[in-house]
Design a protein around this ligand. Structure first.
Ligand SMILES: CC(C)CCC[C@@H](C)[C@H]1CC[C@H]2[C@@H]3CC=C4C[C@@H](O)CC[C@]4(C)[C@H]3CC[C@]12C
Length: 313
């Protein structure tokens, strides 16, 4: 009953808004800003508490305005409902997704944000190793987990690296002998996926083979590319009897073009891994920065092999 009455009241407000809008259009452009402001005022507070049908209706309504706008039938004022339109668009982006997809999308975004907070924190880092310009720092998080931050310069643009590390993640075993195989089990749009990773028997020799089930998410902000990830679950792939399932993340990679050379990148990688199993912490803390340095070495080889000047016959 309550739901019905709230829906009815919403419908009335939508109808009222639409009435006002139609009126505004016929009344001429000069009244439009005030009327639109009024519409947004009526509907915006509802947006946050709305669910299901109501949201869908509002999104449709928002799109209608956006269409009128794009066809030049109305011009929105500078203070604009644009923010509102953007919100409606992102609503629509998620409203066409299944609940499960939204879950992984949110989990991926959350992993990236949490990892960025860790990697960008200023205090508590100690230097582990520094070899030909590549530096690894480590830090103990609350609890007792030690995380590792590798900083290096790579001979590729952020977009090229995103392509190799994210979009072509399934090819990683071809250039990285620490990885046996990576399979994308699920895509959510272009920028989020669920992956199953199996490390090679030889990877981090001291630790042994592991498998990981992770949500991976990529985003771009200005000229920077971010990759984030964290351990997740997928009903169709519970822990396998033949592997110890380790947990990767929250983890991230930041790819930033160098100021003077945008075809080269600064590569910052937070390795935050619970390798599971019964192993002395001291051994794990040696193997992880080693694995990071190895990964970077193989990535460099992969990049060098791709360069046209190195492929001349
Ligand atoms: C020490 C032992 C247990 C593990 C050694 C292998 C480690 C280093 C491997 C196993 C799985 C690998 C990850 C698999 C997938 C991705 C997603 C990609 O977008 C960035 C690299 C990243 C995040 C890899 C980093 C290296 C990785 C964590």
């Amino acid at each position: 009953m309550e739901a019905l009455s709230s829906f009815l009241s919403f419908t009335v407000s939508i109808k009222a808004s639409r009435g006002l809008l139609l009126f505004a259009i016929s009344a001429g452009a000069n009244m439009l800003p005030a009327v639109l402001k009024l519409c947004c005022g009526i509907t915006y507070p509802h947006l946050r508490s709305m669910a299901g049908l109501q949201r869908a209706a509002l999104v449709a309504f928002g799109q209608e305005i956006a269409h009128w706008q794009s066809r030049g039938q109305i011009t929105l004022p500078a203070w604009s409902c644009l923010r509102w339109t953007e919100e409606a668009e992102s609503e629509q982006r998620t409203s066409v997704l299944a609940d499960e997809d939204v879950f992984y999308l949110r989990q991926g975004e959350k992993a990236l944000n949490e990892a960025l907070k860790i990697v960008e924190s200023k205090d508590g880092w100690t230097l582990e190793t520094a070899e030909n310009g590549d530096v690894i720092y480590s830090k103990v998080l609350t609890g007792s987990r030690r995380v590792f931050r590798l900083e290096a310069e790579l001979d590729a643009s952020p977009e090229e690296l995103q392509d190799i590390l994210f979009f072509r993640v399934e090819e990683m075993h071809e250039w990285n002998p620490s990885i046996r195989r990576i399979k994308v089990l699920k895509h959510v749009g272009r920028d989020t996926m669920v992956t199953h990773e199996v490390s090679a028997e030889t990877a981090g020799n001291l630790i042994g083979q592991r498998d990981f089930l992770s949500v991976r998410h990529s985003s771009k902000s200005g000229s920077r590319v971010y990759l984030g990830g964290a351990a997740t679950r997928l009903e169709s792939l519970p822990p396998q009897p033949e592997f110890v399932r380790a947990e990767d993340g929250p983890t991230c990679i930041i790819l930033q073009p160098l100021q003077d050379r945008s075809d080269r990148s600064r590569f910052i990688w937070l390795l935050n891994m619970d390798v599971k199993g019964w192993l002395p912490q001291s051994l794990v803390n040696k193997a992880l920065p080693r694995a990071q340095a190895d990964f970077t070495k193989h990535l460099r080889r992969r990049l060098a092999a791709q360069k046209p000047e190195n492929n001349r016959c």
